[in-house]
Design a binder for this molecule. Sequence first.
Ligand code: NIG
Ligand code: FE
Length: 426
Amino acid sequence: MTTQPIFIRKASQLVTLKGSSNAPLTGEKMRELHIIENGSVWIEDGKIVEVGSDDQLNDKFENRLHEADIIDATGKTVTPGFVDPHTHLVYAGSRENEFEMRLNGSSYMEIMNAGGGIHSTTKATREATEESLFQQSTRRLDLFLRHGVTTVEAKSGYGLSLEHELKQLNVAKKLNEAHPVDIVSTFMGAHAVPAEYKENPDEFVRIVCEEMIPKVSEQKLAEFNDVFCERGVFTPEQSKVILETGRKYGLKPKIHADEIEPYKGAELAAEVGAVSADHLLRASDEGIDAMAKSGVIAVLLPGTAFFLMAEAANGRKMIDRGVPVALSTDCNPGSSPTVSVPFIMNLGCLHMGMTPAEALTAVTINGAHAIGRGKEIGSIEVNKKADIAIFDVPDYRQLIYHYGMNHTDTVIKSGKVVVSRGQLVR
Ligand code: NIG
Ligand code: FE
C-alpha cells in the first residue's frame, strides 16, 4: 500500500548531517551539520526520497504537488528525529522522596546501599503487572515523542531476576510494536546486586551469565548487554565476565562506566570493544585515549550529573581527543527523571563545553551509531527512514539556547505525522 507523500517545504534551516551514516562523527566533523537554507524534503512510503533547496524540489516534483500533504516549514528548523541511546524506559513508580533525601544531604549511593535507589524501583517493578508497566512507560514514550525523539534505547535492570527481567524486556518489545517511537532493547540484569544476593554477589553474576543471558538471547529480547561497573556494584572483573558472556550469546557490550568514581570502566570498554561507554564523569585520561583508539562511543548524560549535583563528564576533552560523543537523557526514576533531549543539549553546552553543533550531532547521528542504527536513522538523507522533527525556531541554536523549553511543532515518524502543533496525533 502506498501512502500519501509528505512535502516539507521552505525550512529556514534544514539540518541534514549528510555523509555520516557509515561511522560516528569525531573531532571537527561533529561541528559540520550540512544545513540547507530554505530547505525541503520529499517523503514517501516511510522513506526520505529527496532532500535539497525548495527550488530544486519544486522543479523535481512539480507534477505531483497536488498529491502531497504539504507542511510549510517557513521560519522553522527541521532536524533528524532525535535518537536517545540510553534510557531506563520501562519501570514502575517514582522516587521524589529520594530527591528530597538528597536535598537534605544523603548521597545517591548511600540511599542505594540502604535498600533504596535502584532497589526501590526494582521492588515496584517486580510488583507491577505487565499491563501497568506498559501504561506507565507509554506515558513516557508519548512525552519523548513530543520532545522530538523518534528512537530510544531501553534497558532492563529493574527486575534483577530471570522472571522480572524477561517481563521488562517483553514490555519493551510490546511497546515497540504498539508505539510510534522505535525501541532498541538492552539487557541489563547486572544493574545492581539484588538484596537477596548481597552476601554472595558472585552467585548473582553466575545467574546473570548462566541463566539470564542465554534466555534473553534465545527469546531475542535484546541486542545489547549492559553492566553497572562501579565500586559497590559490579567490579571491572565481574563486568568483563558479564560482557564477554553476553557477546558469546550475540549481545553487543555497553557499559555504565566511571560514573561515581574512577574505576577503569573506560579502559574496560576499550578492552572488550564495547559499542559505547556511558556516563564517564570520572573517566581517566588513559581511558579516554583508549576509547578514542578503539572507536568506543562515549554516551554522555549531563542530566544525570545535573540532577545528582555532580561535575559533568568532560565532553570537550573527549571530542578534542577524538572520541565520538553522543548525548542522552538516561531517563530513569532515580538519577535523571526527564525525557527532554533539548535540555540535555543545553547542559552538554553549558556543563560539558560542547558547541551547539556538536550537541545536535550527539543526539542525532552519533546517538544512532551508539545503538547500531547509523545507516537507517540519525540524518536526513535519501533512502533513510523518514524520522524528522520540525521545531518552531528559525535557527537550530535557539533550540538549545532557550533552555528548559520545548519548541517541537511537528514530528514525522516512519513517514507519518505523529505530532502536529506540539500535540500527539492519534
Ligand atoms: O544510569 N547508574 C545506574 N543506573 C541508572 C540509575 C538508576 C536508578 O537510580 O534507578 C543511571 O544513572
Ligand atoms: Fe543509565
